[in-house]
Design a binder for this molecule. Sequence first.
Ligand SMILES: Cc1cc2nc3c(=O)[nH]c(=O)nc-3n(C[C@H](O)[C@H](O)[C@H](O)COP(=O)(O)OP(=O)(O)OC[C@H]3O[C@@H](n4cnc5c(N)ncnc54)[C@H](O)[C@@H]3O)c2cc1C
Length: 371
Amino acid sequence: MTIQIAGAGPAGLAAAITLARAGREVVVHEARREVGYRFGRDLQGLENWTVGQDVIAELEALGLSTAFAKLACTRGTVYDAQGRARLVESKAPILYLVERGPGPGSLDTALLAQALALGVTVRFGSRLERLEAPAVLAAGPKAADVIAVGYHFDTAMPEGFRVICDDALAPQGYAYLLVMRGKGTVKSCMFSGFKSEQVYVERTVEAFRRLAGLEMRDARPHGGIGNFRVPASAQAGERPVAGEEAGFQDALWGFGMRFAMRSGVLAARALIEGKDYDALWRRELEPWLRTSIVNRALYGVLGNRGYAWFLRRAASADAREFLRRHYRPSWLKRALEPWARRRYRSRRADASCDPVDCSCICRCGGILSAE
Ligand SMILES: Cc1cc2nc3c(=O)[nH]c(=O)nc-3n(C[C@H](O)[C@H](O)[C@H](O)COP(=O)(O)OP(=O)(O)OC[C@H]3O[C@@H](n4cnc5c(N)ncnc54)[C@H](O)[C@@H]3O)c2cc1C
């Protein structure tokens, strides 16, 4: 029986690839006319700190293509609100810069090519309203818990990442500048203050001009939303929900690609092996998702002086190891979780809602109704 997938993002394509490798017939429905449409040429960081295994090795072990352009960053520059620069370094990559969207060498293009080579059918321009099992739902975020807004541009600046932690630029978040292969992305990634987004974007651009010599050619505005939560269940009836549609994403800083691909693979395995998807993601993802919620709540109370202290600590240690320690599930993080959950709620209407019987379709988790 053909398995249908809603969404050709990293989660949906990872599920499609895993199913096709197991010999299943798969059709992916993508609402947009091309892969990675909402990101068109965005540069993003594939984080390499939530778990010990290198993320590229992990993707290979999961059977996913890594034939995309990537820049392994073992160092980067971080600035506090006073403009003090610090070098953060690690002996292993802290993150890998990758390009998103339909362009050559992008992560999305590599996953799409792999899926097509395995015989997966991808229907572009196919926006689903409902989807019967057997299926995987992977249609992306459903609410804005975070927004990242700024510009894409061409540049001759040196490659790498720079970050500024300053509430005047990105409330409770961070401003970032990424450069790879002559392309750049500058963004304010904010967790509140969305109504003044343009003010924060312009302050971010000005700060990077002053601190890092930001130089933009052919700048085009770009932005998007992110959604994170630990769902009560990521199973819509018999259909596993993967990636950001389930809310799977790092809540501290909004890194979602790794969780999206891992959950897509788990969703496929659940269908292939007849396993309980909720049990799989609870074992493989939930401890880190929960820790990231606690990290988010803690970061949210730091303020500019706290960020400066945090950056100082990160710069005085191996940065990857430092971050990994903060993601390691521990009794302390578990003890703080009730407090963190009170402080930090997803903007989705009801985090415990089971989308299968839900009438308020798009706010509770599933745009795709079962009836
Ligand atoms: C500006 C920005 C910067 C980011 N930076 C980073 C970063 O640096 N590192 C990182 O790890 N993460 C980052 N993220 C988050 C990351 O992009 C997402 O977590 C990741 O793309 C989620 O993958 P997904 O497959 O779950 O959803 P998506 O990538 O959103 O894919 C879902 C797909 O489903 C399609 N779709 C939607 N509705 C339907 C429908 N009804 N029928 C058919 N198809 C449908 C959409 O068109 C889309 O292609 C960023 C996000 C934003 C917005």
